[in-house]
Design a binder for this molecule. Structure first.
Ligand code: NAD
Length: 434
């Protein structure tokens, strides 16, 4: 059993704190946000994630898991400190490391015994080595090792992914730190999760390369879907058949309104920025970023084609989170689409099962309704933006009853186009024909 502090209790840190405690370690989740910590102490999760509250309550009750705003105190009693603070993009696209730097300064000032510092935050290549130097120059007596352990969990399946990762990547050149990490993650070793032991730089790049590749795959199928619409092909058959080729795989071949979320947009920008720093051509990823921005606008463009004029019309938007099963709206394509609709003079009636409150914090002028059919009332058109299950089962007859107009733009291809047309709707998906 290890004494662990996890600094940052957001989507990554909270899941890590709960998971590491469930593995039998003694864990303190530390965060500078007092509101979050107060809720966590009560066993209430500040984020929506499948199954998280059961694990939270169970581990709080076991006495192995606790929460604090006193990061310094938590660090003093720890063998291992995980860093899970945000690394948002700066204006120039590079990663803002100030939260991370502030956290490691606290570690430098408070570490007592040998401490392994494990970076779960996504950081540009070279960051972990720079953090190591930063701590040693601030506290020359510090007995530490800095390890890179990038996180690959998917929001919406974060808890499951923590306990059953496809692989665990650990970048370190310290045999001492390696032994500590083996002990921390013993439970994963027992279920034969592959461990990739590598250098700090390799671990850092594995994370960026993975996210940049997934963003590229999504963007690729989005552009093919737009082409399918233009030439009269069915993107579903195209994607399904492509996916039968083992070299391609069927995952991440679902066309939509563009990728979003707190990772792909910022990580693609950061990898371009790293390329610029090292004088390496990143044309491919630059094009992906630009094409993804276009895809979000493409949704509004198609809607305009379908409706003619947007000004003075009412549009129901179903789905505000960047994907289903999460309340996370950071960089959600819905932010662009709703903002563009409002700018064009349309009224928006929006719904999301979990993300509405977060969305309104970013775009306060959005009118949100608690029920999806409520949002449809009096609407001239419906745009589906997120693949929530409840939208897949949309009752077309009821929708027709509630709405004033008969336009559906299904940006996630959830509905049956025939059924929509039978109910009098003009229907468009992405890549399913015009
Ligand atoms: N969200 C994901 O799906 C995901 C997946 C893989 C990797 N990541 C990476 O993990 C990191 C964290 O992402 P997230 O989505 O969990 O972020 P988040 O914004 O949900 O959480 C970050 C937390 O850190 C806290 N914090 C900031 N500075 C602090 C400090 N000095 N001391 C203590 N707490 C501090 C904030 O209050 C916040 O609660 C990022 O680098 C992200 O790229 C995220």
């Amino acid at each position: 059993m290890k004494d662990i502090t996890v600094i940052g209790t957001g989507y990554v840190g909270l899941v890590a704190a709960i998971g590491l405690s469930d593995f039998g370690n003694r864990v303190v989740g530390a965060d500078i946000n007092p509101e979050k910590i107060a809720r966590l102490k009560e066993g209430e999760s500040p984020i929506f994630e499948q199954g998280i509250e059961d694990y939270l309550k169970r581990n709080l009750e076991s006495g192995r898991l606790s929460f604090t705003t006193d990061v310094a105190l938590a660090v003093r009693g720890s063998d291992v400190v995980f860093l899970a603070v945000g690394t948002p993009p700066k204006k120039d696209g590079s990663a803002d490391l100030s939260y991370l730097e502030s956290a490691v300064d606290t570690i430098a000032d408070n570490t007592k015994n040998y401490t392994v510092i494990v970076t779960k935050s996504t950081v540009p290549v070279g960051t972990n080595r720079a953090l190591d130097e930063r701590i040693r120059s601030r506290n020359p007596d510090a007995d530490i090792d800095v390890v890179s352990n990038p996180e690959f969990l998917r929001e919406g399946r974060a808890v499951q992914d923590f306990f059953h990762p496809d692989r665990t990547v650990i970048g370190t050149d310290s045999p001492r730190a390696k032994e500590v990490l083996k002990s921390v993650y013993r439970a994963l070793n027992l279920i034969s999760v592959p461990f990739i032991w590598c250098s700090l730089e390799t671990a850092e790049l594995i994370k960026y390369a993975s996210n940049a590749f997934l963003a590229t795959k999504i963007t690729f199928i989005n552009q093919m879907a737009n082409l399918a619409d233009a030439v009269g092909a069915d993107i579903h058959q195209v994607a399904k058949t492509m996916g039968m080729d083992g070299r391609i795989s069927s995952k991440f071949l679902h066309p939509g309104p563009g990728y979003g979320g707190s990772c792909f947009p910022k990580d693609t920008m950061a990898v371009v920025s790293t390329g610029d720093d090292f004088g390496v051509d990143m044309t491919l990823i630059k094009s992906v970023i630009a094409a993804n921005e276009e895809q979000k606008k493409h949704v509004v463009k198609v809607l305009k084609e379908m409706m003619g004029e947007l000004s003075g019309r009412t549009v129901a938007v179903l789905g505000l989170s960047f994907k289903s099963e999460t309340d996370d709206v950071r960089d959600s394509p819905s932010l662009t689409v709703v903002a563009e609709l409002l700018k064009a003079g349309a009224a928006v009636r929006a719904h999301d099962p979990k993300g509405a409150d977060n969305f309104r914090m970013l775009l306060p002028e959005t009118e949100c309704f608690s029920g999806s059919y409520q949002a449809l009332e009096g609407a001239d058109a419906l745009v589906i933006m997120t693949e929530w299950n409840e939208y897949k089962a949309l009752d077309m007859e009821l929708a027709a009853e509630k709405m004033r107009g008969r336009v559906i733009l299904d940006a996630r291809n959830l509905l049956d186009p025939e059924l929509a047309r039978e109910n009098g709707f003009t229907y468009r998906g992405i890549g399913r024909g015009v």
